[in-house]
Design a binder for this molecule. Structure first.
Ligand code: PLP
Length: 443
């Protein structure tokens, strides 16, 4: 099929004819075909512009359309477009990025295994956890703990530990040795306060460990702040207390920082702020701000030492540590550092949360919450019993987009915002006003 890609209706027709979209029924009426981006703005094929309060998929920290990563990619491609990291080969850029990440990582985390994205990173982390125990002489540690409402990707391992049963329907059997704990979700837990939320979660964790058997559990995986779950932050003492329980039983902690790392919470990594002490950290998204598909799994020296024994870690993909991706990531980290975007996440986040707070007066808004530059607007059918909207908040996000041109993301319980870290105050005001217009109509 040949067509003029400048013709929006031809583009739309070709999209329908050939493109399989994740999570879209083929019969869905519209398509939004994006063609350009600058800063926090996107433009589609019809010329309509959008304010992107989602940073793509919560990843574009430095804003759209920047020349620096493009230059870094071009330099790298013309010097050496590809080189493998299998066996004793490596590429200079890949080594440079690994060393840079080790410098930025929390204390004790100093080794890096590269992937092309988040799901692949979670797969690698799950395999690492199993393999470390296997090599330490504990092959029965085959179980993983995770949380309902946690999202970890779409591989068979990452999909199994994800806490969204609907996404697994029709694909079973998934990994059998996975136990999902309750989410530390203060608004929905029914607990009187944060201390009770943590107490209940720790009690449940200890009971699960006792039931499964501590010597049979490889690792627990969790997002420091649940993103797809609705930008849900646990109480401050949750991660320190969970970490203590896991350490006591020799269970590894895998922190899924695919969304939270590289600035989203006002620091390079979330662990420093949340008190979680991970053995393995999975990252992707903000590592390149989406300018190249790349992920990095960071490990403690102790984990890396075991993986390095004998024949090494027998897992790797062709594009492991792709030099162009690593060059792009280095340029992206330079921008985050030189433009002090870590601080911006906190100040812009606080400003945006203040602008959104009046929404709590509306009948459909149960809560506006924020951690760093991750914001959730909990929508309810009834504020007194906190009943969620029957079909999630997806159609509300669609209405915000079509009526106001502001992009926010729907979820099971909450609308979510995670704009580029460079968002201005005017843009934050514009997003808040758009949400007010649409949500006030629903009330
Ligand atoms: N982990 C978290 C916390 C995520 O939010 C995502 C994707 O949004 C993933 C893992 C999966 O990453 P990817 O879509 O790059 O495979």
């Amino acid at each position: 099929m040949t067509f003029d890609i400048r013709d929006p209706s031809a583009l739309s027709a070709a999209d329908r004819a050939h493109l399989i979209h994740p999570f879209l029924p083929a019969a869905a009426p519209g398509r939004v075909v994006m063609t350009e981006g600058r800063g926090c703005r996107l433009r589609d094929a019809t010329g309509r512009t959008y304010l992107d309060a989602t940073a793509g998929m919560w990843l574009c920290q430095i804003g759209h359309g920047r020349p620096e990563p493009a230059r870094a990619a071009q330099d790298q491609m013309t010097r050496l477009e590809y080189s493998t990291n299998f066996w004793d080969f490596a590429c200079d850029r890949t080594v440079e990025l690994a060393a840079r990440l080790a410098d930025l990582a929390p204390p004790g985390i100093d080794h890096v295994f590269f992937t092309t994205g988040g799901s692949e990173g979670v797969e690698a982390a799950l395999r690492m956890a199993r393999y470390v125990h296997h090599r330490r002489g504990e092959p029965d540690r085959t179980w993983f703990l995770s949380r309902l409402g946690g999202y970890h990707g779409v591989g068979y391992g990452s999909g199994s530990v994800s806490g969204f049963p609907d996404f697994a329907e029709g694909f079973g059997p998934m990994l059998p040795h996975v136990h999902h704990l309750a989410a530390p979700y203060p608004y929905r837990s029914g607990a009187a306060g944060p201390a009770e939320v943590t107490d209940a979660c720790v009690r449940e964790l200890e009971a699960a460990v006792a039931r499964i058997g501590p010597h049979r559990i490889a690792a627990m995986i969790g997002e420091p702040v649940m993103a797809l779950g609705g930008m849900v932050a646990p109480p401050d003492d949750y991660w320190p207390r969970v970490t203590q329980v896991l350490r006591r039983h020799g269970i590894l902690l895998i922190l899924d920082e695919v969304v939270t790392a590289f600035g989203r919470l006002g620091d390079w990594f979330a662990g420093r702020r949340t008190g979680a002490r991970a053995d393995i950290i999975v990252t992707s998204k903000g590592l390149t701000s989406g300018y190249f598909p790349l992920g990095a799994v960071l490990t403690s020296g102790a984990v890396a030492e075991v993986l390095g024994r004998d024949t090494g870690f027998p897992v790797g993909h062709t594009y492991n540590g792709h030099p162009v991706g690593c060059a792009v990531a280095l340029a992206n980290l330079d921008i985050i550092e030189s433009e002090k975007l870590l601080g911006a996440a906190d100040t812009t986040g606080a400003y945006l949360a203040d602008a959104l707070r009046p929404l709590e007066q509306l009948d459909v808004v149960g809560e506006v919450r924020r951690t760093g530059l991750m914001l959730g607007i909990e929508l309810v059918a009834d504020k007194t019993d906190r009943r969620p909207l029957p079909h999630g908040t997806y159609s509300v996000a669609d209405a915000v987009r079509t009526e106001t041109g502001v992009l926010v993301r729907g979820g099971p319980h909450a609308l979510t915002l995670a704009p580029p870290l460079i968002m201005t105050r005017d843009e934050a005001d514009e997003a808040a006003e758009a949400l007010h217009t649409v949500l006030a109509r629903l009330t």
